[in-house]
Design a protein around this ligand. Sequence first.
Ligand code: SF4
Ligand code: SF4
Ligand code: SF4
Length: 373
Amino acid sequence: MATDAIIEVSEGKLIEGINNLFGELLKKGLVDALLIPHELPSGANVVQTLITSPEKIKSINPLAPVLPINSARIVSAMTKVASSAKKIGVVLRPCELRALIELVKLKQASLENLVLIGMDCFGTYSVCDYGKFAKEGPSPTQRFLDNAKSGKDDPLLREACQICEYSVPINADLTIGLIGMDLNKGFLLHAATKEGERILEGLGVKAGSIQGRQEAIDKLVAQRIKRRDEVFARTIEQTHGLDKLLPVFAPCINCHNCRDACPICYCKECFFDSPTFELEADKYLGRASKRGALRMPTDTLFFHLTRLNHMGVSCVGCGLCQEACPNDVPVFDIFRLVGSRLQKVFDYVPGRSLEEELPLTTFKANELEEVGH
Ligand code: SF4
Ligand code: SF4
Ligand code: SF4
């Protein structure tokens, strides 16, 4: 059974070629529906859309370099109560797929009857930048692809993307491979599971392979790790110790947007929305008079430390927490750094495997000792 196929496209028609592929999946009944990014009429953003009719494929844009939501949240909302008896192809970037695997382990999503279609990811712009590029020119996606062909990271990519080491999806049934391909000529389809092989067979594509893909992936990952380590060093320098950490979180207004944008924070009733934090004015005054002044709103650092403690081990580094912050708190920088260290302690990679148990559900007493050093 073939596991790799090259889909050829005519010069400069990559977007069209990929969209045609998704149309074929629906036309041939290989999936009953697709959850896929769809362009807004303004062209200024995309929105995940559940499509059942091949007619509606013409406005999809899974290559649009923008991530308005981590779609693991949408898949969770769709499957948590009950999964569908129909096959749904969900088209995800690597950080979305990794978050979905974490949510399955946290019993917040089901993979039943889903076909996981992962896209290689060169990165994404912020929603604001993407919207600006859409106004300036005809296609921010084409501009982005032209840049990706040069092999250099665009300095305007979101920081989370500039330091992301997971450009290739893990755990996809079918991967749309772009890295290492001549994007003027085509793309790779790679089946990693029986479900993926069923799709390849149903599409009737010829087996094929490319040279040099792994080298191109290794090169991109090395570039990102280098940048990641620079960002980590800068973050340590800026936040090490309470004296530095407090001013970093000082602009936080406790809006909790970072939590709401995070695919991993799933609690229906967050402790920080509970009446515990609704105090009488005199209690605030009492706290203020102990020190002469009380920063308002209170308990912001407590919120971040608790959130880190709850989900740090599963942080997939999508960066949407920081995108959602109205006050430019470098919340991603801190969560990514601490998450990465935590994950190293437990030798845990979020989204790597469904079989790998979540460390904080299986820790042993002697592991805690190790963490304490
Ligand atoms: S964090 Fe990684 S996978 Fe997610 S959008 Fe950025 S580059 Fe892609
Ligand atoms: S903490 Fe931030 S970077 Fe980590 S998974 Fe949540 S939104 Fe993504
Ligand atoms: S870090 Fe930003 S997004 Fe998060 S609660 Fe504070 S102000 Fe809101």
